[in-house]
Design a binder for this molecule. Structure first.
Ligand code: SF4
Ligand code: SF4
Length: 369
């Protein structure tokens, strides 16, 4: 078994409350070895995905609702559900190492009750040993090439130093004036660092609003419920927000895949709201999690590759973290606008529940297995 980093799930518990079913809104992939079961027993439920690799997957109600096997929020084929479903909310991120990441969009990961997360993840890893080994071989070679290109381009700062500097300044990353300064430096300096960086109290709020809104709306800009993130609220409603240039429409999807509109707003009506009591602490914990996530680093690497290795890793890393935080704060402000969730500890936690599935879906140069 390859070495696996379980630090993100150590000490955590995960339960699966029966009213949820949120992860059954993600179309489940069916692995080649699982195809015969579905061909024999449920042939009409097995289709090819629209993605490039045309893998097998299960049909969804009305083509965009929950998985067809979900009934009364319970799985009709639970003992035979695909590996994809068994693994949720754990993700094995494979770069030149393997890191287990916990999908914080799963409400069951926040209750502090249930099964030992590290133990569950260990059992899942054992069941997928071969796939993990193969993915590690492939991703290690991709990472080797990436590092070599970065070194040749002179943009490879020390990852552990970057992460350490961020973890020593965690508190400041919850301050918009500090984020504004980082974003300015990341654009102006060839190789930035956080030394001596002080908040820019004169920052242009409209620029920050725009950056936050653009980041948040990019993942909601679709009228296809399959393509937008789902926010499962404390009453277990499946909320979806679909945005056009002028309007954000808030709908709730029912168990049959029908949408009921609950409200709408112009994106301009939603303004970044200041953090309230307890909000900064929850946000800081989440930033700490992201700073340790290999998939976050992989997404920064992906961006560097897309930008032709023009940015140093430090600039790309800190700049990306700022955009992630702005995105999250804007979503928290939007949830507060529609649902009155606030910007305190509860409001920020709800925004993370809304956001983390998007975060884990961001393009990276590694792979989730
Ligand atoms: S999202 Fe989490 S709590 Fe909800 S059904 Fe899936 S595993 Fe269970
Ligand atoms: S097979 Fe079962 S667990 Fe998997 S998505 Fe469908 S209903 Fe959910």
């Amino acid at each position: 078994m390859p070495e696996i980093d379980y630090s993100e799930v150590m000490g955590r518990k995960v339960e699966c409350p029966e009213q949820c079913g949120m992860c059954c809104l993600c179309q489940p992939e069916v692995l080649p070895q699982e195809v015969p079961f579905f061909r024999t027993n449920h042939p009409k439920s097995l289709i090819r995905s629209k993605s490039q690799d045309r893998h097998f997957c299960l049909t969804m109600k009305k083509g965009h609702g929950s998985c067809g096997f979900l009934n009364g929020r319970r799985c009709d084929i639970y003992p035979n559900r695909p590996t994809f479903c068994r693994q949720f909310p754990y993700h094995f991120y494979v770069s030149d190492k393997i890191h287990v990441e916990l999908d914080l969009s799963c409400r069951g990961a926040w209750t502090g009750k249930g099964n030992d997360a590290a133990e569950e993840a260990r059992q899942l890893a054992e069941a997928s040993e071969k796939r993990l080994e193969n993915a590690l071989k492939e991703a290690t070679s991709v990472y080797r090439d990436f590092y070599s290109i970065c070194r040749d381009a002179g943009v490879m700062s020390d990852v552990s130093m970057i992460r350490m500097a961020l973890s020593m300044n965690l508190d400041k990353f919850t301050d918009l004036a500090y984020l504004a300064k980082i974003m300015e430096r990341s654009l102006e300096e060839p190789k930035m660092n956080l030394d001596g960086l002080s908040p820019d109290r004169q920052f242009d709020m409209s620029e920050m609003e725009e950056a936050a809104r653009d980041a948040a709306l990019s993942s909601m800009s679709s009228d296809d419920p399959m393509c937008v993130p789902v926010y499962c609220d404390p009453q277990w409603n499946w909320n979806m927000f679909m945005a056009t240039k002028d309007r954000i429409r808030w709908s709730v999807m029912d168990d049959e895949g029908d949408l009921e509109e609950r409200g709408s707003a112009s994106p301009d009506e939603i303004r970044l709201k200041p953090l309230e009591e307890g909000g900064a602490e929850v946000l800081r914990d989440y930033i700490r999690t992201l700073n340790n996530r290999e998939s976050f680093l992989g997404s920064v690497f992906y961006m560097m590759d897309q930008l032709d290795y023009e940015d140093d890793l430090a600039n790309a890393y800190y700049g990306s973290m700022c955009v992630v935080i702005l995105d999250l704060l804007w979503r928290a402000s939007m949830l507060d606008h529609f649902m009155g969730t606030g910007m305190g500890a509860d409001g920020i936690r709800e925004a993370i529940i809304f956001y983390d599935m998007d975060r884990l879906d961001a393009p990276t140069i590694g792979a989730f297995v």
